[in-house]
Design a protein around this ligand. Structure first.
Ligand code: ATP
Ligand code: MG
Length: 384
């Protein structure tokens, strides 16, 4: 009898001929998620089993599995030979000491000599006899269920519960995007959403050192680390926009500060994207949330890049974004009170519907290409 973690995968089974490709990506991702923990990963049809691990680390492994996209559900269980006595031995360990229960059997191996109903009845009966009256069967609303899954190769899995997985598609199966990550609530959630659809999410952060401090940068690194449990990407590019902000402040209409800065961010991001092989930019923008996130604001930043800009939160209310941020564990860090580069030089009245002609006119006061090149020369890569 061996303790295992049973992993059932989600949407991947829909992918027809590409199934092998998705499954390979999924098992690679599982391997990456298990980094630093001794284990074996086995495949049985429609399931992966994590075996041969240090049992004291079961909770840690479960925590990691809970963040792998593509996992539909997972359970801690026992792997045994599929003869009745072995199954009963495992069922006794999984069954409760008292209360109501039922046994539910799934027969993956259709050659097994007993039907699912017969297996459930036999094992349930033996559990009842063994409990000396402490257990009662309730097939409709039991307090506990003992699940038996008869697998091919003369083996069976016995377990007591299902944990809901994070669903989605395996990361690396849907191209690569470059997430513009601030220290705020939204952008980490945006990265999570794209990774959930299988995208590899590289990270780019703009800072305004010395107007923003080391702690602000640390905050973003912490967010990037939390995100990496899901995205499996463990590096972050940073670029300074300090000089750009100073130049905009000195030369251009104050109400366009944010709009102009965002156009610089996008231009720089497009250059970094081409370096890291990303085919799109990803942002945490949500329509109407702030002055720069009006249709005109979004259009003015789109106008300076040719890559598509994906904005997975565009139709989300802040409350919904906060709920996801809390669930994935970024909220607490995102709400730490450090200055973001956008808040430095923030005008009192940012333009809500900036006209492209006015923006372009103001931008002519700057040496755009030189400023972009200079910013790119401040590029740093942080690995964690
Ligand atoms: P967030 O909560 O993600 O900071 P926000 O609501 O504060 O978003 P903005 O500050 O207008 O909105 O930023 C919109 C988007 O622009 C962010 O979601 C992020 O993708 C990108 N962005 C903003 N500031 C930065 C930065 N300093 N570095 C990288 N990307 C940024
Ligand atoms: Mg922000």
């Amino acid at each position: 009898m061996e303790k295992v973690i049973i992993i059932r995968y989600a949407e991947i089974h829909l992918k027809g001929k590409n199934r092998g490709y998705f499954e390979r990506a999924f098992s690679n991702n599982l391997e990456k998620a298990m980094k630093g923990i001794r284990h074996e990963i086995h495949r049985t049809s429609g399931r992966y089993l994590i075996a041969d691990f240090d049992e004291e680390r079961t909770d840690e492994i479960m925590g990691r599995v809970s963040k792998v996209f593509g996992v539909h559900s997972y359970s801690v269980g026992l792997l045994v030979a599929s003869d009745e006595d072995s199954i009963f031995g495992a069922a006794k360990l999984v069954a409760p000491q008292s209360g109501t229960f039922k046994v539910e059997t799934h027969r993956g191996d259709k050659h097994y000599p007993l039907t699912s109903m017969e297996i459930s009845a036999r094992i349930g009966g033996r559990l009842l006899d063994d409990a000396n009256g402490a257990l009662k069967v309730d097939v409709h609303t039991p307090e506990h269920t003992v699940y038996i899954d008869i697998r091919e190769g003369g083996r069976a899995l016995v377990f007591g519960s299902f944990c809901d997985g994070v669903h989605g598609m395996p990361v690396s199966t849907a191209g690569k995007g470059l997430l513009l990550i601030s220290g705020g609530i939204d952008s980490p959630v945006a990265g999570y959403m794209m990774a959930k659809r299988g995208m590899t999410v590289e990270l780019l952060h703009f800072h305004s050192y010395p107007y923003t401090n080391e702690a602000a940068k640390e905050k973003v690194v912490t967010l990037a680390k939390i995100l990496s449990d899901y995205t499996l990407v463990t590096r972050l590019t940073t670029v300074s926009v300090t000089h750009i902000q100073e130049e905009i402040h000195r030369n251009c209409a104050a109400e366009l500060n944010v709009t102009l800065l965002r156009r610089f961010m996008f231009r720089i991001a497009e250059r970094i994207a081409s370096n890291v092989g990303a085919g799109c930019l990803v942002t945490g923008e949500s329509l109407g949330q702030v002055a720069s996130q009006t249709l005109e604001g979004l259009t003015s930043s789109n106008a300076v890049v040719s890559l598509p800009v994906l904005r997975p939160l565009i139709g989300f209310d802040k409350e919904d974004i906060v709920e996801i941020a809390k669930r994935i564990g970024t909220f607490e860090t995102s709400t730490l009170p450090y200055e973001d580069c956008c808040t430095v030089f923030l005008p009192d009245f940012p333009a809500i519907r900036p006209k492209l002609s006015f923006i372009e006119e103001e931008e002519k006061k700057l040496d755009v290409e030189a400023l972009v090149d200079e910013a790119l020369s401040t590029r740093e890569i942080i690995r964690f």
